[in-house]
Design a protein around this ligand. Structure first.
Ligand code: 9MR
Length: 602
């Protein structure tokens, strides 16, 4: 009897201990996270996921044990398709985590998969952490590319979006802007037709400087992607071609040019709109044309000169005529900027954003480089611009505007470098080849820097601070790499760009695929007036939110950021305009990067 009793005690003791260590292991493992692209990995592209272990884990020996831990990639049937071992990557100081790398690049069979990591934990042997299903395919890239292009359609202003094209996000015409006054600060009589164009972001403003960098990035995709022919209509289920979508914005640009060649800065509501639909905003308040700056005028000149190149290339008569209109407008804008090199932007943030920029040298470089290559290739010089003066100024621009990691509405010099680098192919004389070679070398130097930064970072990022719109920065770094890959064919450039895109689609500290509608983890409450007020549960799809932003400029709105550390500075809440707003200048480089990845890897 006593033997039995003591045996029962022993069994109880044993099962309690095992249970404890099992729970202990579960707790520890719950702290480990798999970070991966929630949507998918390209068939032929590199495939990496991360396993993160918090520094203050309950089992302090865990980080050492993880190196060499086994992982498997399992298909839908549950069978293992690939096995590998984790390798240490580095410590991440913006999340306080140890980060490990799982490489399954060798798995190239299209399908749906999950990642399972077996970790040697506590006393219970192995416990695993699972991912959700993701794809290995090329289709996901195309699908996301389409969604991104379509997101610009949803940002259209002043036109009806019919059910036929917009589905449940259809909406009536509003914000016509075809007969609006100048804002009081302009002290100008009369009404102006500023119809059309895209809303900039989650607000209802329309801005030239941000529209111009967005158009410039999309035009780059058109210019560089021979494989993705312009006629997206049948295959992309779009109401229009990508070029038609770009043209929608450019028609608005053309309307924003004053008779003297200068270009107005923005269309702004009198006050910030509440979270209401455009048709309700129309009832509530008036909209105005505001400002005319050197930056907006040069930005316009750069974008429209590039439009000339792209629209000419389609060979269609209507496009050729449009190209000529764009180029003439670009030349006239450039001349206005030469005569007005210090025209200030309107310092107004009552109703719309500032986009203030004191440095115009980079905008001059952009405009000059785009104009130069068109004139050199025979575009009509309607204003009699002196081409050798233009060329000499360009050489000065190259000296004083080194390339940046990526483009932004503030720093636009990479458009200049890219124009020269891409024009190399068509160079007819040695002098121009020298300009082109120098531009290629500069963009390769910058790309090599991006690769170095990427390699040194636990999450594989090349940015060193999470600022407002960090996802836009990340996409722009990827775009620089993908442009330089075109002629260099340096595999590191393509691989690094793919890694940066993986971050955007989920391989990040906040476990979020930052494009609306892309995955189970996508934002549901973006700071986007239409998505909030259209009565549809899902936000408009294909919109990239700003993402992690350690500056947290919206703390007065009481957002619930996911953690105190910089890397957790994101929340999927409408009030968080600093981390969860969408904007065309973040979507555009992502669109261009996806288009180029498709171009290079299919
Ligand atoms: O993207 C802009 C970011 O770089 C600035 O720091 C921020 C504050 O000036 O403004 C961002 O742009 C916003 C613009 O001013 C108004 N429309 C929404 C834009 C995205 O948040």
């Amino acid at each position: 009897m006593s033997v039995l009793k003591s045996k029962r005690n022993f069994d109880e003791f044993l099962s309690k201990t095992l249970l404890n260590s099992y729970f202990m292991a579960m707790v520890v493992m719950e702290e480990c996270k798999i970070r991966y692209n929630h949507v998918g990995y390209g068939t032929k592209l590199p495939k990496h996921f991360l396993l993160t272990v918090p520094k203050n884990t309950v089992d302090s020996a865990l980080p050492d044990k993880i190196t060499g831990a086994r992982f498997v990639i399992v298909g839908e049937s549950g069978t293992s398709a690939f096995e590998g071992e984790l390798t240490p990557r580095s410590f991440c100081d913006y999340t306080d985590e140890f980060v490990y790398d799982g490489d399954f690049s060798a798995l190239k069979t299209p399908g749906k998969y999950k990642i399972k990591v077996f970790c040697p934990c506590a006393e219970s042997g192995t416990v695993c952490v699972n991912s959700n299903f993701f794809e290995i395919s090329n289709e996901w890239l195309l699908k996301q590319l389409k969604a991104n292009i379509k997101s610009f359609y949803y940002q259209r202003t002043g036109v009806e979006l019919p059910v036929e094209f917009a589905g449940k996000w259809a909406r009536p015409v509003a914000h016509l802007d075809d007969s609006i006054a100048f804002h009081a600060i302009m002290n100008r009589e009369g009404l102006w037709n500023a119809h059309g164009g895209w809303y900039d972001a989650g607000d209802y403003g329309k801005y030239i400087v941000n529209g111009g960098v967005s158009v410039g990035s999309l035009l780059l995709a058109c210019e560089m992607c021979a494989g993705l022919d312009y006629n997206f209509k049948p295959s992309f289920e779009q109401p229009v071609r990508l070029l038609d979508e770009i043209r929608f914005e450019l028609e608005f640009f053309l309307r924003m040019q004053d008779a003297d060649g200068g270009v107005f800065f923005k269309v702004t509501p009198g006050h910030w709109d509440g979270f209401m639909m455009p048709q309700d905003s129309d009832v509530m308040q008036k909209r105005y044309v505001m400002g005319k700056s050197t930056t907006s005028t040069l930005n316009f000149a750069g974008a429209l000169a590039q439009a000339h190149r792209v629209f000419l290339k389609t060979g269609e008569v209507a496009d050729k005529e449009f190209a000529a209109r764009c180029f003439d407008a670009s030349l006239r804008a450039y001349q206005w900027a030469l005569a007005n090199p210090n025209a200030d932007w309107p310092h107004n943030t009552e109703g719309s954003g500032g986009y203030g920029d004191e440095h115009v040298a980079d905008e001059f470089f952009w405009a000059r480089a785009m104009l130069y290559r068109e004139l050199r290739d025979g575009a009509e010089n309607t204003v009699g611009l002196n081409i050798s003066d233009l060329r000499n100024s360009l050489i000065g621009d190259m000296r004083s505007n080194p390339a940046e990691f990526g483009l932004s509405w503030r720093d636009t010099q990479n458009f200049g470098w890219i124009a020269l680098a891409l024009s190399c192919d068509g160079c007819k004389n040695g002098e121009d080849s020298a300009l082109g070679d120098a531009a290629r070398a500069e963009l390769e130097r910058m790309s090599a820097e991006i690769v170095k930064l990427h390699q040194a970072d636990a999450y594989g990022l090349s940015i060193r601070k999470f600022i407002w719109g960090s996802n836009g920065d990340i996409a722009n770094h990827a775009l620089t790499l993908l442009v330089a890959y075109r002629w260099s064919r340096n595999p590191q450039f393509l691989e690094t760009a793919v890694e940066l895109i993986n971050f955007i689609y989920g391989r990040n500290p906040v476990d979020t695929s930052f494009v609306t509608g892309s995955a189970w983890s996508s934002p549901m409450h973006p700071h986007h007036r239409i998505s909030h007020s259209d009565g549809v549960d899902e936000p408009i799809p294909g919109l990239l939110v700003g993402g992690i932003n350690s500056d947290r400029q919206d703390m007065h709105r009481m957002p619930h950021y996911l953690g105190d550390l910089p890397g957790f500075s994101y929340t999927d809440e409408r009030c968080s305009f600093a981390s969860n707003e969408t904007a065309i200048n973040w979507n555009a480089p992502l669109t261009a990067a996806l288009a180029l990845i498709c171009e290079y890897s299919f």
